[in-house]
Design a protein around this ligand. Structure first.
Ligand code: 3PG
Length: 306
């Protein structure tokens, strides 16, 4: 019998797990669950006899792929698939997919919440400022970037975006200005919301040269990936400019150094952008449906490897 494993270090909500189980069992497949594992050995053991795998940010390394002798498909229930070794999947003919857009609203809402938190002095009674009339830069205009833009516009922010992979028409149709260069985006943003994926080109790309262009009192909001930030440069800038702020749900590697800049630096204890009931249900159930469609009908929509 086809066996589907949900392996999530950071578990889905119960309603999402039950929904995934129902889709899997209704298809006549076996359902297995591994949550909150602390030892990668437990993951390696759990994948040893499965045909399909659903993960979140869990690292699907070559070691995991090698242990999963029967694996045919892995679905990242979410957008970014930098946690999956795509080459290892392709070498074995394993299909890797994501579920684009399914958890975007949750991440976009958190980005807006982060801006309010910083504008309102980390929810202390000190005098803060308003988002209304401020300039927001959106770095990468994908599913999340678009939703952040929409919500920010509703709050009266002036929104500008930079994304060389999205047509100017799409951006301007949303009433969003287009930055011709990434430098221009940073120079003209009081708030900058990051939505770039982590790739070999983007890693460490948010560096001193870019960040130092931001205007006085600026705030960087990162709900994307920590790898895209050059942390040493971020620490240098926070040390040099006591007006600059950085808020994220992805703790930096060198968290101890950055925490010395609190409250201008704030990181949630765990990655939480997509951690809503709704996002868990949307992404989790989409992943389960994609697996059923692939196993039964060979549908490879949303495949991300070659
Ligand atoms: C994503 O890429 O979909 C988000 O970063 C969410 O990640 P998570 O499923 O680990 O919360």
């Amino acid at each position: 019998m086809t066996k589907v494993l949900v392996a999530t270090d950071k578990p889905f909500s119960t309603i999402a797990v039950n929904g995934i189980r129902k889709i899997v069992e209704d298809a006549g497949f076996e359902f297995a669950l591994l949550e909150k594992y602390t030892d990668v050995k437990d993951f390696l053991e759990a994948v040893s006899d499965v045909d399909a795998l659903i993960v979140r940010s869990d690292k699907v390394t070559k070691e995991v792929i090698d242990s999963a002798k029967n694996l045919k498909i892995v679905v990242r229930a979410g957008a970014g698939y930098d946690n999956i070794d795509l080459d290892a999947c392709s070498a074995r003919g394993i299909v890797a997919m994501n579920t684009p857009g399914q958890n975007s609203n949750a991440v976009a809402e958190l980005a807006i919440g982060f801006m309010i938190y910083m504008a309102r002095t980390c929810f202390t009674p000190a005098t803060g400022s308003e988002l209304y009339g401020k300039r927001l830069g959106i770095h990468a205009y994908g599913n999340v970037g678009r939703l952040v833009a929409q919500k920010a516009k509703a709050m009266g922010m002036e929104v500008m975006a930079f994304d060389p992979f999205v047509s100017v028409d799409i951006i301007t149709k949303d009433g969003v200005k287009v930055a011709n260069t990434v430098e221009a985006l940073y120079e003209n943003s009081d708030y900058l919301s990051l939505h770039i994926p982590s790739t070999s080109e983007t890693k460490q790309s948010i560096n001193y040269s870019l960040l130092s262009r931001m205007p006085k009192g600026a705030c960087l909001v990162n709900t994307a990936r920590k790898e895209v930030i050059n942390e040493a440069d971020m620490a240098k800038l926070l040390a040099e400019r006591n007006d600059f702020k950085y808020i994220t749900d992805i703790s930096a590697d060198n968290n101890t150094e950055l925490t010395t800049f609190a409250p201008r630096y704030f990181a949630t204890p765990k990655k939480m952008g997509a951690q809503t009931n709704e996002a868990n249900v949307n992404a989790g159930l989409a992943a389960a449906k994609q697996i059923v469609e692939f196993i039964k009908n060979g549908v490879t929509k949303f495949q991300v490897n070659k």
